[in-house]
Design a protein around this ligand. Structure first.
Ligand code: PLP
Length: 418
């Protein structure tokens, strides 16, 4: 190991998280020092094409110049808010969020991360309905703070922290009957993703969201759609719900909202919900740093860039190119690759065996490509590159992926494991 890597590894081992230090060493990456567009550069100057995209953060790629410019200008003026004056940027940012939201979703609670947006959604649904039960999905991922973790559908992350927040029940994703079977007059909300990200890139069937909306309306419960990962063009439309025609009662957003430059999140809902929840106490739910000026200017520059650069369209077109190319490779290795699925630039590669997924990821890494598996489903490698990706860059990935699968496949065959 070179000096910088050794020092960083030692610091991680002593002061950050020893287990994480080992995991990252095993993955074989060095130390990141800068990034631009589709690329991350390590301390030795090696360039890596980023097909993980920060789990959905880098919709605009790294260091988008318009976002950087907006943030730099704001940094000199006023980076954080006094919190007592009106702040014009908060108003403008929330208005801009409302302008891209579906239907009557109009008011935003600004925060700093996905899990905070989900916590806000849970509290708001409780207060609005006066109920405390929630229905969530197996494999769903909503964050790791206590409320969001209670909604998350993977036992491994919860077992050591029991008891969870009471009232959460999990049903299989895409199973409408399972929801209608348990929803009742004590249900505050149903929380789902349109595409389960960490669950392994599972896309909702076309009738799922419309049916959930109807079931929720009948039961007087709120439909909460978590677009923390799917939002801002990731699936080929501004929001994944736009594919379904459904307007949720509450939507959570984060990740790409900060343009890959500033941490940012929001919980968005309608006037009807806001009046009942914040009407008698506007400070019932707050955040010190939420809606800070840097996040506001970054968010506005991001939404503008998505429009100006036609990134939803590019996401749809490049996503189709990537999906088609990966499916061709899958047809060559059906024993190791069982399914390619996804929508827009949110694509999952289902491996037959978790260990083969690891080998292929390592092959990709050696070829200068960043890829990772999904948190709740390690046999799925996800592809979530920036929406600015070019056709040539998609082809580079396809070539490297084909070579990496071939390498893993030949190795396993020679060992008699296939
Ligand atoms: N919701 C979804 C759908 C996510 O994918 C994530 C993170 O991956 C979260 C919530 C939590 O976001 P954060 O890590 O910013 O707290």
């Amino acid at each position: 190991m070179d000096d910088i890597l050794q020092n960083t590894f030692d610091n991680y081992t002593q002061f950050v998280n020893p287990g994480l230090a080992q995991l990252m060493k095993f993955a074989g990456f060095g130390v990141e020092v800068r990034a631009e567009g589709m690329y991350v550069y390590d301390d030795k100057g090696n360039a890596f094409m980023d097909f993980l995209g920060g789990y959905g953060v880098f919709a605009l790629g790294h260091c988008h110049p318009k976002v950087i410019q907006a943030v730099k200008a704001q940094l000199d003026l006023m980076p954080l808010s006094s919190k007592v004056f009106f702040n014009a940027l908060v108003g403008e940012f929330c208005a801009m969020i409302a302008s891209v939201m579906p239907g009557d979703l109009q008011y935003s609670f600004l925060c700093n991360s996905g899990t905070e947006a989900v916590e806000a959604a849970i509290k708001i649904a409780r207060k609005y309905t006066g109920r405390h039960k929630f229905i969530a999905t197996v494999g769903g991922f909503h964050g790791k703070s206590m409320g969001a973790l209670s909604a998350t559908g993977r036992e491994q992350y919860k077992a050591d922290f029991l008891p969870m927040v009471p009232g959460f029940e999990h049903v299989p994703f895409n199973d409408i009957d399972a929801v209608s079977g348990i929803i009742g007059d004590d249900t505050a909300g149903v929380i789902v993703e349109v595409v389960q990200g960490e669950g392994g890139i599972n896309v909702a069937s076309p009738d799922y969201l419309p049916a959930l909306k109807e079931i929720c309306q009948k039961a007087g419960a709120l439909l909460i759609v978590d677009e923390v990962q799917t939002g801002f063009g990731r699936t080929g439309k501004m929001f994944a719900v736009n594919h379904t025609g459904v307007v949720p009662d509450i939507m959570t957003i984060a990740k790409a909202l900060g343009g890959g430059v500033v941490p940012s999140g929001a919980m968005v809902s309608s006037e009807r919900v806001w009046k009942r929840v914040f009407g008698d106490n506007p400070l019932i739910h707050t955040s010190t740093f939420g809606g800070n000026p840097l996040a506001c200017v970054a968010g506005m520059a991001t939404i503008k860039a998505i429009h100006d650069e036609n990134l939803c369209q590019n996401s749809e077109e490049r996503g189709l190119q990537l999906l088609t190319g990966l499916k061709k490779i899958q047809a060559k290795y059906p024993e190791v690759l069982t399914e390619i699925r996804g929508i827009g630039l949110m694509i999952g590669i289902q491996f037959e065996m978790e260990d083969v997924a690891k080998l292929v990821m390592s092959g990709l890494n050696h070829r200068g490509i960043i890829a990772a598996y999904t948190l709740n489903n390690p046999s799925v490698v996800r592809m979530e590159p920036a929406l600015i990706i070019t056709s040539d860059q998609v082809n580079t990935l396809l070539k490297s992926f084909d070579e990496s699968v071939d390498e893993a496949y030949s190795g396993l065959k020679s060992l008699g494991l296939l």
